[in-house]
Design a protein around this ligand. Structure first.
Ligand code: BGC
Length: 436
């Protein structure tokens, strides 16, 4: 089985995680000591803002067909309505350089971060402030510069992950714990997708516009009815609420009568040109109280990647088939693992790509795969410690060095097929069998 010449191989990154020198809501959060390791600061990240030409040479070294990256809103619009032409010009140069290298850019506009002024002026949950208009204006400003340089847009990155942290657990900015606020913010994000999509389609008729959506395989932690209900609730909201809204035009949240949130959103119906799917792991849920939520993640028997994420490629194959029901082609917009010593990543890469080949053999229209990530980077609450890069970045010198996985990925891209399955050490803890 081969991938064929038209399959798109790529890498993905996001601006705040690599560029460095950005002042946004997240850097403010870090300055307030609210990361897991309060001594960590995003600071220079890996200084991609100054080293992008060299980093793009790494993309060519890998031989990728495409590169997914994001535009930092705070850099482009540091104050409301004031656009930084210098920053836009640099992003335009980056796009030109990618084109010169025959690498197709996939651009993301919202990858978890906001300008420092945003949450005061028009936070996502305050619908009367129409935050989507502000976001739409930022997208417009970018389009003015990008013209016909980009055809693929992932407007929002993982709105489901972002909302779980920002409005449910409250662990990330703006740090709210309110289910009502989460529902409203979800509606505003759908509206933001529509506003951006309309602006993009008007400027670039052939554009393909989507969101990158995170899928987690949710399993019940135990055999009891409570865990089964929690599993259904989390699975439905986390894995499908946004995708359904952008498919049918209706955002439907909450399962109990009286606690439902429904919004019909003009322009949302059929608003995904393809499915952008991010997949990392399986998680086990159990009944329990945490903030406003009635479920907690049971991590007692996990722990295979450095972040305690279970490697579970079957879940990846499951979602490829499941999301095919939306009737759109699929691009895997992120998949990867933190593995500083690169002991398991080669096998991880092989096994996940194998799932793509199997799904394609079953008739699923999977058109591309973006590995997360090109470089080690700033991993949100965890700081600089996790190592998702095909290229390792030395924390002091910031020197880039290819890991063995980079060589493997290059070979796969070149040959358009998988070779022998790489070896990996046995899991330290037994894998847990799914319940039900
Ligand atoms: C996010 C990335 C993040 C990666 C690994 C994804 O959910 O889009 O920004 O670095 O997961 O945690």
């Amino acid at each position: 089985m081969t991938f064929g010449d038209n399959f798109v191989f790529g890498c993905a990154t996001s601006a705040f995680q690599i560029e460095g020198g950005i002042r946004n809501d997240w850097s403010t959060w870090a300055d307030a000591g609210r990361l897991k390791n309060p001594d960590e600061r995003p600071g220079l990240a890996v200084d991609h803002w100054n080293r992008w030409r060299d980093d793009f040479a790494l993309l060519s070294e890998l031989g990728v067909d495409a590169y997914r990256f994001s535009i930092e809103w705070a850099r482009v619009e540091p104050e409301p309505g004031r656009f930084n032409e210098g920053a836009l010009a640099q992003y335009r140069d980056m796009l030109d350089e990618l084109r010169a290298r025959s690498i197709e850019p996939f651009v993301t506009f919202h990858h978890f971060t906001h300008p420092p002024w945003f949450h005061q002026l028009c936070p996502w949950h305050r619908l009367e402030t129409r935050p989507w208009d502000r976001f739409g204006a930022f997208v417009q400003a970018c389009l003015r510069i990008f013209e016909d340089r980009v055809r693929f847009f992932t407007v929002l990155n993982e709105p489901n992950v972002w909302l779980s942290g920002s409005y449910v657990s409250g662990k990330i900015p703006p740090g709210q714990c309110s289910l009502r606020g989460a529902c409203r913010a979800a509606e505003a994000l759908v509206r933001a997708h529509v506003a951006a999509r309309n602006a993009i389609k008007e400027a670039i008729r052939a554009a393909q516009v989507v969101i990158a959506h995170n899928q987690i395989l949710i399993a019940p932690a135990g055999p009891g009815a409570g865990d089964a209900i929690v599993q259904r609730y989390v699975d439905r909201h986390f894995n499908y609420a946004f995708l359904d809204a952008l498919h049918t035009g209706e955002l439907a949240l909450g399962m109990l009568p009286g606690l439902r949130y429904r919004a019909q959103i003009d322009g949302a119906e059929g608003s995904l040109d393809f499915i952008g799917m991010n997949y990392y792991f399986r998680a086990f849920m159990q009944l329990g109280l945490q903030g406003p939520q009635l479920f907690v993640e049971d991590r007692s028997q996990q722990g295979i990647s450095e972040l305690g994420w279970e490697i579970y490629p079957q879940g990846f194959g499951y979602f490829l088939r499941r999301l095919a029901h939306y009737g759109r082609p699929i691009y895997v917009t992120e998949n990867g693992m933190s593995d500083a010593r690169d002991e398991r990543r080669p096998q991880f890469l092989h096994d996940h790509l194998q799932e793509i080949l199997r799904a394609r053999a079953d008739g699923v229209d999977v058109r591309g795969y973006f590995h997360w990530s090109l470089l080690d980077n700033f991993e949100w609450l965890e700081g600089m410690e996790p190592s998702f890069g095909l290229y390792e970045v030395d924390r002091d010198s910031l020197r880039r060095r290819p890991r063995a996985s980079a060589q493997l990925y290059r070979r796969i891209i070149e040959q358009r097929k998988l070779g022998e399955r790489p070896e990996a050490p046995a899991p330290e803890r037994p894998r847990r069998r799914p319940v039900g």
